[in-house]
Design a protein around this ligand. Structure first.
Ligand code: GLU
Length: 473
């Protein structure tokens, strides 16, 4: 297929939507309402960079107001454009619905390449962008709640909160106006790793799903399975690290901006990150070979390929060369709609973005709840649980006449900390959502791929929200 017919990201999302919609009985008008973006805010503002002023272009798109606040990250990238942000905002709606996070979808984009700015300049841009959002009532704990995305992190979120507070200082729930904040600034433990951890849980669920795997001739279990990762940012790093330490995966290839590496024996992700910090590149990492092109990672023969960078990476021109058995969409939209069909025909399992990377927004939801409750998770029950378990262990000791060591006791008699609860809530969310997707496939035999099933599930929930509001009875 020629390049011209390759759908852009937004078109891909629309095509996937349409395909799934035909498996539902949602009325056409309602489908139309769900599909469109409710509000698109395009702004241009001047920022003084060095001696000159630069006009910065930026967006905030609220895809669906069926639940409030709307929610979604802010991306800093030179490639940001309106349709990209619209696609990302749409995905946020479906993602939240699928994992039962009660938000509408949104997304922000600032068209800059963060590498080209100092931290001070980035701070100026972030603060000005936030000011524009405040001005137009596009941010607030009950309105629209941004978070990190490609090119942003907890540092930017702290700037956003601080700017918001300068305008809305007296608002009791102000801290909930943005998530992904540093823990010291009303953030939550476990948010940094959340997307990657969710990606790992999602892959693990698929690899535990014997009835699905049987159709594809894949052995169940994560141990010893090979993985290739595109992108060593927040999502790629945590996915690789957790897959390696908790799932015994062997990471055989990693690609980044500067190139790609391969090792049959496996790559230690933490060592690789150290090497990159020291040398400025993942290339020439001892025990690995450099690949001649970074996109070669996408074509490595492996069990699980994890595109964890940007959209449109697997397209009609390279999809046929993908040799992975499972493509795990850690990024948003890494596979175009055309490539999606090619991979499905080849018998590749695609774990869709809207499910697989939902761990980020799930833990954002926990952070927002923490902000509204003004209290750390675990504070009330930790000691109580600990004492109850301890009493129980002591009772068993007395009754049985046998005793255990102090260390064993402290492992058994432990109350949950915030991080334990966040991980537990995240795992529960990812497992439950996977089974909801599979349940659609059981109920509707015509739905044979995980993406369409995820869409059907999400659309059903959004549609019933609209109906419950009395719109579209
Ligand atoms: N940017 C992330 C995503 O695409 C997280 C959004 C959030 O936490 O609100 O899902």
């Amino acid at each position: 297929m020629s390049k011209k017919t390759e759908p852009n990201f937004y078109e891909s999302v629309q095509q996937n939507f349409d395909r799934a919609a035909q498996f539902t009985s949602i009325p056409t008008g309602l489908l139309q309402q769900i599909k469109v973006c409710n509000s698109v805010y395009y702004m241009q503002f001047p920022v003084k960079i060095g001696k000159d002023y630069q006009v910065i272009e930026a967006f905030r798109v609220q895809h669906s107001h069926h639940r409030l606040p709307t929610k979604g990250g802010i991306r800093f990238s030179q490639k940001v454009n309106q349709e990209e942000v619209m696609a990302l905002a749409s995905l946020m709606t479906y993602k939240c619905a699928l994992v039962d996070v009660p938000f509408g979808g949104a997304k922000g984009g600032v068209k800059i390449s963060p590498r080209e700015y100092t931290a001070d300049q980035l701070q100026k841009i972030t603060r000005r962008y936030t000011t524009e959002l405040v001005r137009k009532n596009f941010i607030g704990p009950g309105i629209d709640v941004p978070a990190p995305d490609y090119g942003t992190g907890s540092r930017e979120m702290a700037w956003i909160l601080d700017t918001y507070l300068t305008f809305k200082g007296g608002e009791i729930d102000a801290a909930g106006c943005v998530t992904g904040k540093p823990v010291s600034q009303n953030g939550i433990r476990g948010r940094d790793e959340a997307t990657g951890r969710g990606v790992y849980y999602g892959i693990r669920e698929v690899l535990n799903d014997r009835s699905l795997l049987k159709k594809y001739g894949i052995e169940p279990g994560t141990e010893g399975k090979t993985m290739a990762i595109q992108g060593l940012g927040n999502v790629g790093y945590h996915t690789g690290k957790i897959a390696q330490t908790e799932g015994d995966f062997k990471i055989i290839s990693v690609a980044e901006y500067e190139g790609a590496i391969y090792s049959e024996k496996g790559i230690d992700i933490d060592e690789l990150v150290k090497h990159r910090k020291k040398t400025g590149s993942i290339l020439d990492f001892p025990g690995t070979v450099n690949l001649d092109q970074r996109k070669k990672t996408l074509e490595i023969a492996c069990d699980v390929l994890v595109p964890a960078a940007l959209e449109n990476q697997i397209r009609s021109d390279n999809a046929r060369r993908v040799k992975a058995k499972i493509v795990a969409e850690a990024a948003n939209g890494p596979v175009t709609a055309t490539a999606n069909d090619i991979l499905l025909k080849k018998g590749v399992i695609i774990i869709p973005d809207m499910y697989l990377n939902a761990g980020g927004v799930t833990v954002s939801y926990f952070e927002w709840l923490k902000n509204l409750s003004h209290m750390r998770f675990g504070r009330m029950e930790k000691r109580f649980d600990q004492n109850t378990y301890l009493n129980l262990v002591n009772l068993i000791e007395r009754q049985s006449g046998r005793s255990i060591t102090q260390k064993e006791k402290s492992i058994i008699a432990r109350g949950a900390d915030e991080i334990d609860l966040v991980r537990s809530g995240l795992e529960e969310t990812m497992v439950t959502a996977y089974h909801q997707i599979r349940e659609v496939m059981m109920r509707k035999p015509k739905v044979t791929d995980l993406r369409s099933a995820a869409f059907v599930n999400a659309l059903g929930k959004v549609a019933s929200d609209y109906m419950n509001m009395g719109i579209f009875p």
